[in-house]
Structures are given as structure tokens and as C-alpha cells.
Design a protein around this ligand. Structure first.
Ligand code: ATP
Ligand code: MG
Length: 411
């Protein structure tokens, strides 16, 4: 049953508890909470931990094994509290359609924290207090929610909830997941490569599966490709993240390229800009890539000018998926990406500009003219500093110029 349009993370989403790798303690705690619901005090559970570690998967797998129907509500879909109340509130009071037990999943509950959506959280807290069905929430917090500083917003929903931690997955667990998938897909890839991919994912099974899919679909020789990856430390280096933008035409895979990099969006933008001409040779590909980049830049401007931070994800998608699909087909050239030069140039220009400004300022103060007028006289000062060392020395002393300023005038 091969369906090429379904990403492997969906295709191999665990259907049973036995298919969830690792996370034994968390699975036990969650099964306990769900099967004992109503008898214990807990009304809700919060599963927390980094991305791609099986939080959402665990809910579905356990629900399937225990015979619960899952009603999924994505907290970030809701703007106002009315909607949350309408869906979750009603659902929690109605019996299930086929008399089956119901479980309510509020996936990515941390999504409503950023939107100052106190109303939404309060509504949710109310539903939790009244619910007749177990409510399971997932959150991408890496730390214990008790220790997170924005904790106060969640106090109400945390009350009476069991906290269940999902840690980063062990390399061995990820390796097992990858190994199973590659067997089912009939991919010719060595164990070494799979282990390397597993390490490379840094505890994130979703990232590992996506990587495997990229390399299996987009490369004739996955082993060679994976070998070129380089080891990953805590954060993925930009040069390796860019492989997922440039060496695929699959927007879904490219979209997650910058998930684990340390660089901020401005730096990501510069990296992409720097490397487009290193990768894309065809003029139409280049044209489309730069066109996409310039559109992303418009959104960057909107963030800077109007603080529309919501555009961050838009920009990320444009400079990953947008750039990936700007090409007709991928290039066979080896991946060799460079750090952006432009940043250095900006820095140098700034440094020059600062010198010029400080000299003009000192000159203006001594001669009682404006800084603008003084700036216009700087070229004459430069001539003096080049031709007449004695007079230059006098001027430097009078204006109290420092060594770097003198050097700037002499150049
Ligand atoms: N422990 C695991 N065992 C097997 N597969 C896993 C495991 N963890 C993650 N996966 C795979 O990775 C993908 C993502 O998993 P899941 O959606 O459960 O992550 P998550 O922890 O909910 O992440 P996020 O916080 O980003 O929502 C799924 O396709 C699933 O197949
Ligand atoms: Mg999830």
C-alpha cells in the first residue's frame, strides 16, 4: 500500500502502544490516567517535552489500545474563548456517538499562551473542571511546566492535571524507528547511515523520519549523501540545514529545514541569500528564488516597521519551502554552503561610518559649525593627512583625535 503523497511521518504514525519507541514511563503514566479517569482526582493530563518525541502519537496509540475515541482540538486554531467552549465544552458533556469512551486532545496548548488569550485558557480551565471525559493536553515545553516563567498563565489549567514528561528520544530508539521504515520502504541504506541520521536528529524522531525521506527520495545513493552530512552537535549547523532547502523540491521537507538551527531569522535569510547563486545555476531558477526572497524581505520589513510578529512563520516558509520549489529539479553538485559575507560587509561599512561621524563631530565642536558642514570638509582633511604630516599632527592634537580616527583620515 504505497501512497507517495503521504509524508512518512504520517504514514508511520504509531497505531498501537507497541509501536511507540522509548517513553516507557510516560506511556505508563498516560495509560494510567486515561484508564482510571473518574476514579482519581486528576481531570486532565499535560504531556510536555521537545518536538517529535511522540506526545501526540502516544495519545492516539493509547486511545486505540484502550478503545477511546479521540476528539482533537488544536488550541492554536482558536482565537476566542467562545469557540473553545463550543467545541470542547459541548463535547465534554455529550456522550460519545457510538457509546464509545471519548478522550479530548488539546494539542499544542502552549499555542494559546502567546496570544494573550487569557480568555481561552480560562475557558479551557472551566471545561477541565466540568469534564466527564479525560482531557489530554500537549505542550512543547522542554522544562517542567512548574519551572517555566510564564507558568502563571497556565496555573488554572495545571490545577489538578497530571504532568507527564516526554524526554528527547535515545539515538537507539530513533534508529529502531528508521530501521523499520527503511525495511518497509525497501530503501538500500546501511545501518551506519541510519545510526548517523538518528544521532543527527538530536532526539527528534520527526526530524529523523523527514531526513530519511529526503535522502531516500532525493538521492540515488543515500549512504553517500548521509556521509556528507557531518556530525551534529546540539544545534544543527546552517550549512547542513540548507541541504534540506537546496537538495529537495519537496516543500514539506524543506519547511522544517531550520527547526534546529541556532541562527535567528535574519541570519537564516542572509544564509539563504548568500547560497542561492552557489546552488542554483539555471537562470529561471535563480530568478524565481530571488523573487521569492524579495517577497520574504517585504514581510521582514512589515515585522520591523509594524511589529507583525505573526509573519515570522510566513517568512520561514518562503525562505525554505519557497526557495526549494523555485527550482525545476535539484542539482547534483555537492552541497557546499558558505557563511553570509554580507554581514561582514555591513559591519565594515558601519565601522567606517562611525569613524566618519565621530571625526566630523569633533571638528564641528572645535570650529562651531554643524556636523553636516564638517562632514563635507572631511575630504580636505584627508588630503592634509596624506600630504602634510606636520600639519596633520597639529590638527589631530587640536581635535583630540584617537589613533583609529587618524588612521581613517590617512587612508
Ligand atoms: N516515540 C516514538 N516512537 C515512534 N515514532 C515516533 C515517536 N516519537 C515520534 N515519532 C514519530 O515522529 C512523528 C512526530 O511525532 P509526534 O507528533 O508524536 O511528536 P510530538 O512529540 O507530538 O511533537 P510536537 O511537539 O512537535 O507536536 C510521528 O510521525 C511519529 O511517527
Ligand atoms: Mg504533537
Amino acid at each position: 500500500m504505497k501512497n507517495e503523497n503521504v509524508p512518512w511521518t504520517k504514514k508511520y504514525f504509531p497505531k498501537r502502544i507497541s509501536e511507540v519507541c522509548g517513553q516507557d514511563d510516560a506511556l505508563k503514566a498516560l495509560s494510567n490516567f486515561i484508564s482510571k479517569f473518574g476514579r482519581g482526582k486528576a481531570r486532565a493530563a499535560i504531556l510536555y517535552g521537545p518536538s517529535g518525541t511522540g506526545k501526540t502519537a502516544a495519545v492516539y496509540a493509547i486511545a486505540a489500545d484502550l478503545g477511546f475515541e479521540v476528539l482533537e482540538v488544536n488550541a492554536s486554531d482558536f482565537r476566542g474563548s467562545d469557540e473553545i467552549r463550543a467545541v470542547v465544552g459541548n463535547a465534554s458533556r455529550q456522550a460519545s456517538l457510538f457509546g464509545r469512551q471519548k478522550l479530548i486532545l488539546v494539542d499544542e496548548v502552549d499555542g494559546i499562551a502567546g496570544s494573550e488569550d487569557r480568555g481561552g485558557i480560562q475557558a479551557l480551565a472551566k471545561v477541565i473542571a466540568e469534564t466527564r471525559f479525560p482531557i489530554v493536553m500537549t505542550a512543547g515545553f522542554k522544562q517542567d511546566p512548574k519551572e517555566v516563567h510564564w507558568d502563571s498563565k497556565f496555573t488554572s489549567i495545571k490545577k489538578g492535571a497530571v504532568l507527564i514528561r516526554f524526554g528527547k528520544l535515545e539515538t537507539e530508539s530513533i534508529y529502531r524507528i528508521l530501521s523499520k521504515i527503511s525495511k518497509k520502504e525497501g530503501i538500500k541504506v546501511s545501518d551506519d547511515s541510519l545510526r548517523k541520521l538518528a544521532r543527527h536528529a538530536w532526539g527528534d524522531a520527526r526530524a529523523a523520519i523527514n531526513d530519511l525521506e529526503t535522502f531516500a527520495l532525493d538521492s540515488k545513493n543515500p549512504d553517500e549523501f548521509i556521509d556528507a552530512l557531518g556530525e551534529r552537535n546540539k544545534e544543527e549547523p546552517m550549512a547542513s540545514a540548507l541541504v534540506k532547502v537546496f537538495k529537495t523540491v519537496n516543500p514539506k521537507i524543506a519547511a522544517s529545514a531550520f527547526n534546529n538551527v541556532a541562527e535567528d531569522p535574519d541570519m537564516q535569510f542572509l544564509w539563504v541569500e548568500e547560497n542561492i547563486p552557489r546552488e542554483y545555476r539555471d537562470s529561471l531558477d535563480l530568478y524565481r528564488a530571488y523573487d521569492e526572497l524579495s517577497r520574504a524581505d517585504v514581510f521582514r520589513g512589515r515585522i520591523k516597521n509594524r511589529q507583525y510578529w505573526g509573519y515570522l512563520r510566513t517568512i520561514e516558509l518562503m525562505i525554505t519551502a519557497g526557495i526549494a520549489i523555485a527550482k525545476d529539479r535539484k542539482y547534483d553538485s555537492p552541497a557546499d554552503y558558505r557563511e553570509p559575507k554580507r554581514l561582514l560587509e555591513i559591519w565594515i561599512t558601519n565601522a567606517k561610518y562611525i569613524k566618519r561621524k565621530s571625526i566630523a563631530h569633533k571638528f564641528a565642536k572645535k570650529t562651531h559649525c554643524s556636523s553636516a558642514e564638517a562632514t563635507q570638509l572631511l575630504p580636505y582633511l584627508k588630503v592634509i593627512f596624506k600630504k602634510n604630516k606636520k600639519q596633520a599632527g597639529l590638527i589631530a592634537e587640536t581635535l583630540e583625535l584617537d589613533d583609529e580616527e587618524v588612521e581613517w583620515l590617512e587612508k
